[in-house]
Design a protein around this ligand. Structure first.
Ligand code: PMP
Ligand code: GLU
Length: 403
C-alpha cells in the first residue's frame, strides 16, 4: 500500500474533459479514425498579430520573470477590452491579476475567498473544474440544478432554496459551459441582487463572453451598477475567443484587497504567467486586426451552431437540447431514447466511441448524466462527418427501442 496522500486531495478527481481529449488525441496519433468533439478548444490558429508579438517578445529578451500580477500592457489591454464590451464603464487595470489560464484565476479566487465550513453554490450542470477547485479550497461545493424549461439556468429563487448561513460564494458561468445557455441582463441583475442581499461572493466566469450569438458580447455583471459588484470577481481570458488555449493566459478582475491576496498567493505558486505569452495576449486584446479575426471566428461558430441545430431538428426530432446562444457547446439529452433501461450520457458516449469513433463528453462529467456535451469548435468538414455518425447511433438506438 502506498502512503496515503494529503487530505488536500481527498476529493480530487482528474479533469474528465482533459482526459477525454488526451484519449482522443492518443487514438488519432495511433492512426484510428476518430473525431474529437469532446474538448472545448477552438480549431482556429492564434491570430497572426498575437503570434508575432509573442515571437518578438522572445527576440526582445522578454524571457525573464514577468511582473507577478502581469505586464502593465496586458492588464491595460484586458481592462480596455472589458470596458469596451460594457459601454465604456471604467475598469481599473490595477484590479486585474493575470494568471496561467483562467483556470488558475478561478483557483486563485476560490482559494483566497473560501475555506472550511463555507458553502459555494454552483449552478448545475457545471463545468468539471468548479467543484474540484472548491474542494481544493476545503469548502463545500453545492450543486444547484438548473431548470430544464429554462435552458438549465438557475434563478435567484433556485439559489435561495440552497442557501444557508454558511453560503459564501456562487460560481456563475455565462455563456455557459457545458450548455451554451446565456443569462440575460435582467437575470444577472436579479442574481446579483440576491447575492448582495445575502453577502455572497459571485465568481462570474465570463471567458466565453465574446462568443455570443445575440448582438455584441454576452451580457455581463460588468453591465450592472457598481453597488451590485462589491463582492464580484470577473474571470476573463485569451483561450477561447482569441484561439489561444496553449498560451495559458487568463485574468481575474476583483476588488483591491482580493487582488492583493490573489497576487500574494500566485507569488508563491507560479510567479506570474509565461512572459512572452503575456505580450502575445496584450496584442490580442488591443490589435484591431485581431478584433476582426475574433468576429470572423464567432461568425463561424454561429454558422456551425445553426447547421447543428438544423440537423438535430430534422434527423432526431425526439432529442431534447438546450438552445445554444453562446460558447461553442451543444448539450443534448439522451435518457429519453429508451424508457426502459434508459440510455445514460456515459453509455451513449462509450457506444459512440466504440461503434462510431466520435469523442463527446458525458453529462456525468458536469453532474448530470442524462445529457451529453458536444463541442462544435471543430472544422465544418469534421462537424459534418461526426454528426453523420452521432445521428446514425441515435437512430440505431431509437429503432432498437421501436423494435
Ligand atoms: N472556464 C470555463 C467555463 C472553461 O470552459 C474553461 C476551459 N478550459 C476555462 C474556464 C479555463 O480556460 P483557460 O484556463 O484555458 O483560460
Ligand atoms: N474548458 C474546456 C472544456 O470544457 C477545455 C478542457 C478543460 O480545461 O476542461 O472542454
Amino acid at each position: 500500500m502506498p502512503d496515503p496522500l494529503s487530505t488536500n486531495v481527498q476529493n480530487l478527481k482528474a479533469s474528465e474533459t482533459v482526459a477525454i481529449s488526451n484519449e482522443a488525441k492518443r487514438r488519432k496519433a495511433a492512426g484510428e479514425d476518430v473525431y474529437d468533439l469532446g474538448v472545448g478548444e477552438p480549431d482556429f490558429d492564434t491570430p497572426a498579430p498575437a503570434v508575432q508579438a509573442g515571437i518578438q517578445a522572445i527576440q526582445r529578451g522578454m524571457t525573464r520573470y514577468p511582473p507577478n500580477v502581469g505586464i502593465a500592457e496586458l492588464r491595460r489591454g484586458i481592462a480596455g477590452q472589458l470596458s469596451r464590451m460594457s459601454g465604456g464603464r471604467s475598469v481599473d487595470p490595477d484590479q486585474i491579476v493575470v494568471s496561467s489560464g483562467s483556470k488558475q484565476s478561478i483557483f486563485n479566487a476560490c482559494f483566497t475567498l473560501f475555506g472550511s465550513k463555507d458553502r459555494v453554490l454552483i449552478p448545475s450542470p457545471a463545468w468539471v473544474s468548479y467543484p474540484q477547485i472548491v474542494h481544493l479550497s476545503r469548502a463545500e461545493p453545492v450543486l444547484v440544478p438548473g431548470d430544464v424549461e429554462w435552458g438549465l439556468k438557475v434563478s435567484a429563487k433556485d439559489l435561495d432554496r440552497h442557501h444557508t448561513t454558511s453560503t459564501r460564494g456562487l460560481i456563475l458561468c455565462s455563456p455557459c459551459n457545458p450548455t451554451g445557455a446565456v443569462y440575460t441582463l435582467p437575470e444577472l441583475r436579479s442574481i446579483a441582487e440576491w447575492a448582495r442581499k445575502h453577502e455572497v461572493w459571485i465568481i462570474a466566469d465570463e471567458i466565453y463572453r465574446r462568443i455570443n450569438y445575440g448582438s455584441g458580447p454576452a451580457p455581463s455583471l460588468l453591465d450592472l451598477p457598481d453597488e451590485l459588484l462589491e463582492r464580484t470577481v470577473i474571470i476573463y481570458g485569451a483561450s477561447k475567443a482569441y484561439a489561444m488555449t496553449g498560451w495559458r493566459i487568463g485574468a481575474a478582475l476583483a476588488p483591491p484587497h482580493l487582488t492583493k491576496a490573489m497576487a500574494a498567493l500566485q507569488s508563491h505558486t507560479t510567479t506570474g504567467a509565461n512572459h512572452p505569452a503575456q505580450w502575445a495576449a496584450a496584442a490580442a486584446f488591443t490589435d484591431d486586426k485581431v478584433d476582426g479575426e475574433v468576429n470572423r471566428m464567432v461568425a463561424a461558430f454561429r454558422r456551425r451552431r445553426d447547421y447543428l441545430v438544423e440537423r438535430f431538428r430534422s434527423a432526431a426530432p425526439g432529442i431534447e437540447f438546450v438552445e445554444p446562444h453562446g460558447a461553442f457547446y451543444f448539450f443534448f439529452r439522451v435518457d429519453g431514447i429508451r424508457e426502459k433501461d434508459p440510455v445514460t450520457g456515459t453509455s451513449f458516449c462509450e457506444q459512440l466511441m466504440k461503434q462510431e469513433g466520435v469523442a463527446l463528453v458525458p453529462g456525468g462529467a458536469f453532474a448530470d448524466d442524462r445529457w451529453v456535451r458536444l463541442s462544435y469548435a471543430v472544422s465544418d468538414a469534421e462537424l459534418e462527418a461526426a454528426l453523420d455518425r452521432i445521428l446514425r447511433l441515435i437512430q440505431r438506438l431509437e429503432s432498437a427501442r421501436a423494435a
